[in-house]
Write a protein that binds this ligand. Structure first.
Ligand SMILES: *Cc1c(COP(=O)(O)O)cnc(C)c1O
Length: 354
């Protein structure tokens, strides 16, 4: 990268929607960022253009062989300020995903500059209602028209923006999880740690099964022994056990969440003990049964903290904390979202303000 950013103005701007009534991921802003990779020029043609359909060859490689990765983060409004939460971490992780899928890495600093420029243009799209935010979706995919199996020679890096309502409304409603014993999300040596589009395609059938059985989400076990707790598919998982926080340690098949990492730092800062360890599913069942584990929650950008009220392990339902959010989850949620919205001091330097 390193080139100047072109801006192409739209002839007409969209009417801003009532964000409280829109469905997640259905409304997009007036502009998008786009850039292109070719072997000759590397990443170039950086521009902010009106949000529009892409033109692709039907033999475009991403469609056939899945070289496609993405990121997800949010911008928040506080008065006149727009605050972005740890965007550097997303571009860093995007490069780890790109590298694993044999795709060319982006320049993280230029990508951050481009995002901040796009957000300046789209400032008025950052909603300011309670719990609302602007969801940011950077993504890279292979666009070379070629059906041979080898890394594509050309790619696109785009960023689109979508205003979103609070995940919960006003209250943190506990969700239900189904521990999946058959299907796995990822395997040792695979692409589980990468935010690869294909990981989601592989997860959909188990998600459907969980929904049919009356559960909202899947809790995945490891793909090798199918005994150790991994994550929830778009969230990492935490437990409160003996008043300490416990989360599965990263092993290459778990997605290294930025919410996970930040929550660990925040919890330690607040004086909690945090343990990253291998969690056997039978131990989890026993600890839920005995009451050693008092709270369970998912952690990810979309919901920040999503309390779990019911967990099905090997056909047995475990109710957690009377299906209510627990005190530790609430405490961490409040502090974390206060930092994101700039309502409380950010001692970590996580928030980028514009
Ligand atoms: C994105 C994602 C998460 C959560 O990561 P955050 O950076 O906290 O949003 C967890 N698991 C999977 C599989 C994901 O794709």
């Amino acid at each position: 990268m390193g080139q100047t950013l072109q801006i192409e103005r739209a002839n007409q701007l969209k009417n801003k929607p009532d964000v409280s009534t829109i469905k997640f991921g259905t409304v997009f802003t007036d502009y998008m960022f786009t850039s292109r990779y070719t072997p000759e020029y590397g990443w170039s043609e950086h521009s902010i253009i009106p949000y529009q359909n892409l033109q692709l060859s039907p033999s475009c490689q991403a469609i056939h062989y899945g070289q496609s990765v993405f990121e997800g983060l949010k911008a928040y409004k506080n008065g006149d300020d727009v605050l972005v939460f740890r965007p550097d971490q997303n571009f860093k992780r995007m490069n780890q995903s790109l590298s694993r899928l044999s795709m060319p890495e982006i320049n993280e600093e230029n990508a951050l500059d481009a995002l901040l420029e796009l957000l300046k243009v789209e400032r008025d799209w950052v909603p300011d209602g309670e719990g609302q935010s602007l969801y940011i979706r950077p993504f890279v995919f292979a666009d070379e028209p070629f059906l041979g199996v080898r890394p594509s020679e050309s790619y696109q890096f785009n960023i689109i923006l979508s205003p979103v309502a609070s995940y919960y409304g006003n209250q943190l409603n506990p969700s239900s999880l189904y521990v999946e014993d058959d299907f796995v999300r990822s395997v040792r040596g695979g692409v589980g740690f990468a935010k690869a589009s294909g990981n989601y395609a592989a997860s959909l059938l188990a998600q459907k099964k969980a929904n049919e059985l009356g559960y909202e989400q899947v809790l995945w076990l490891d793909g090798v022994e199918q005994k150790y707790v991994e994550e929830v598919g778009s969230m990492n998982i935490f437990f409160v056990r003996d008043n300490e926080l416990v989360t599965p340690k990263l092993n290459g098949s778990i997605l290294p969440g930025i919410t996970r990492k930040s929550l660990i730092e925040l919890a330690e800062y607040k004086g909690y003990t945090v343990k990253e360890e291998s969690i056997h599913i039978d131990d989890l069942a026993n600890d839920l049964h005995s009451g050693r584990i008092t709270e369970v929650f998912g952690a990810g950008t979309a919901a920040v903290i999503s309390p779990v009220g019911r967990l099905n392990i090997h056909g047995v339902d475990h109710i957690v904390n009377d299906n209510q959010i627990g005190p530790v989850s609430q405490d961490l949620y409040d502090h974390f979202t206060d930092i994101q919205y700039g309502r409380r001091e950010d001692p970590f330097g996580w928030v980028v303000k514009l």
